[in-house]
Design a protein around this ligand. Structure first.
Ligand SMILES: Cc1cc2nc3c(=O)[nH]c(=O)nc-3n(C[C@H](O)[C@H](O)[C@H](O)COP(=O)(O)OP(=O)(O)OC[C@H]3O[C@@H](n4cnc5c(N)ncnc54)[C@H](O)[C@@H]3O)c2cc1C
Length: 222
């Protein structure tokens, strides 16, 4: 895409997001960004883009309204009991944790969210603004009301700070460099012996997915 655009838009932002020099990162990260010669300022080329009305929580609450759900429990605290409830388990947690980190820990990036209510009706005019320069410590600012064209007198924004994952943080983005991918392959090999467990999702497959990828996978699996 050329040196100027790379330096202004890509380099600092990517290094801030991943905490690594671009040269150390796998090429699929850059390949996710479409390059095109049009005035279409959407991020991706998809025909339909958006979020469910009311957000994903509303959608998921409706889908699960008739299901037996237990929230706030750790599967590993009573694995035997949960396994006994069904003939098949869909496991969506971290794959290395499933095997008690027997080959070592996979690495992730995590995020810190700094959310503020601001007494103005419009902070940035857009749901998401990315800050590409290394002189700004956060990677992006989300202004939630713009996802649903809200017209409240105030606004709520969230600044996202990226950092290396450590125990107790939420693992968000798998770091799919060579070292971690090799480690993941070792864990994946073990899953071949698990007849009754389906390993699905971003943590169990150690891979970044967008929502539509996950929804498609689940529909196909079902
Ligand atoms: C910051 C961020 C921004 C994103 N933005 C977008 C976006 O704009 N557009 C888009 O399309 N996608 C986006 N995504 C991706 C999207 O969130 C994921 O694709 C999707 O959530 C993946 O679904 P999943 O089921 O694989 O994993 P998750 O949604 O993470 O679900 C896994 C579930 O397993 C549970 N779990 C894990 N371990 C255990 C355990 N031991 N016991 C019990 N439960 C456990 C977790 O609590 C969690 O509920 C974003 C992701 C992140 C992190």
């Amino acid at each position: 895409m050329g040196g100027d655009i790379y330096n202004i838009l890509i380099k600092d932002y990517t290094e801030k997001q991943w905490g690594r020099e671009c040269r150390e990162l796998p090429p699929f990260i850059i390949k996710r960004l479409p390059v095109r010669f049009t005035f279409d300022n959407n991020y991706f080329n998809d025909t339909y883009q958006g979020i469910p009305i009311g957000g994903y929580n509303t959608l998921i609450e409706k889908m699960l309204s008739q299901a037996d759900i237990k929230l706030g429990v750790d599967y590993f605290e009573d694995k035997e009991h949960y396994d006994s409830l069904a003939t098949t388990t869909v496991y969506t947690g971290a794959i290395d944790q499933y095997y008690d980190y027997c080959f070592g820990k996979l690495e992730y990036r995590t995020l810190r969210f700094d959310t503020q209510k601001i007494e103005c009706s419009n902070y940035q005019g857009n749901a998401g603004v990315n800050f590409t320069s290394s002189s700004v410590p956060y990677t992006r600012v989300i202004e939630h009301k713009h996802f649903e064209f809200g017209n409240q007198p105030h606004t709520v924004i969230t600044k996202e700070y990226s950092s290396e994952w450590s125990e107790g943080c939420e693992p968000y983005y798998p770091i799919n460099d060579e070292k971690n991918n090799l480690l993941y392959q070792k864990y994946k090999k073990l899953t071949e012996n698990e007849g009754r467990v389906i390993f699905g999702g971003r943590l169990a497959q150690y891979q970044y997915f967008d929502m539509h990828h996950i929804i498609e996978q689940v529909l196909e699996l079902f």
